[in-house]
Design a protein around this ligand. Sequence first.
Ligand SMILES: [Zn+2]
Length: 343
Amino acid sequence: MPLQSFCCSPLVLAGLPYVANQLWRALTLCVCTCALVLFLLPQLAVAQASPTQPASPPPLQVPPAQANVPPLDEALKWQGNETFELVQVSTNVFAFRFGKQSNIFIVTNAGVIATDPLNPRAAEELAKAIHQVTDQPVKYVIYSHNHWNRVLGGRPFKRAGAQFISQKKCLPFFEAHPHPDLIPPDITFDTTYELKLGERTVELHYLGANHGACMVVLRLPAEQLLFVVDLVVPKQLPYRTMPDVDVREWVRSLRDLEKNLTFNRILPGAGRYFVAPAAAVREQREYLENLMEAVNDVMSQGTREPEALRQAVKLPDYQHWLMYHEWLPLNVERIWALYELGQ
Ligand SMILES: [Zn+2]
């Protein structure tokens, strides 16, 4: 059959709408697929080119520590890191360090005697540390002195029924400088206080004005141990410009300690040592005396400006002490104020 005749045959003509319909459907499918592919390709390409999104935002850039001493209400921010450590320093006597500050607690058969709770975060860890070594409750919390970097954080111990003890001159300071995390003392005393709990006796001694308003040292007569905060920091220069310190009274207090109290080791409340020999008290006093003498010598030769004094006064015997290079000029400036201003 010729082609023309075939195309025009009734049979073929009857099948044309079906073929056209199939062609139209195929064309529509093809156009839709192409459009879909054209739409998706760029999206896939972008997805492949983009790096994986981080699960959390990048860490904040923390600026370096400021050179100036921050105000008291910044105290919690400059205590260094939040690492903590617990060591046993004698039978049932433990030292706890949080950042750069340490305290001690004593376990007796009638409860626990704790000292400076430091701050709320430290107190949380201190409570866990105490619970780690005993089931006894904390019955007493003793404040070494009034400075906020030592006394905030007592709330959980107060809630559990502990009684707080301090020298009586802490009270007017706490009233004049209130803080929401500060628990005022329940028991105050004047010069000495003997605390008995279970089989233990703990002595508290007030040595007069020296550092803060109401500094006491704590003595454990059974072991002849002395817990001393801020007055003695073994093998380390005094902190910066020695804020809130009466230097002459500090020296006098250390001399009284050496003369009047019997102890063979000290437990410092700050610095790198948990335990130090009793000689650390004498060494601290001698450092202050040598510093005062060196500043006085240079000033009496006519150098009276703090900047020049900072350059001129050196104490090579102490260059192995921690923070010698950083804090000696600041210590010198503090002694300049003592001689220039009278305190
Ligand atoms: Zn202090």
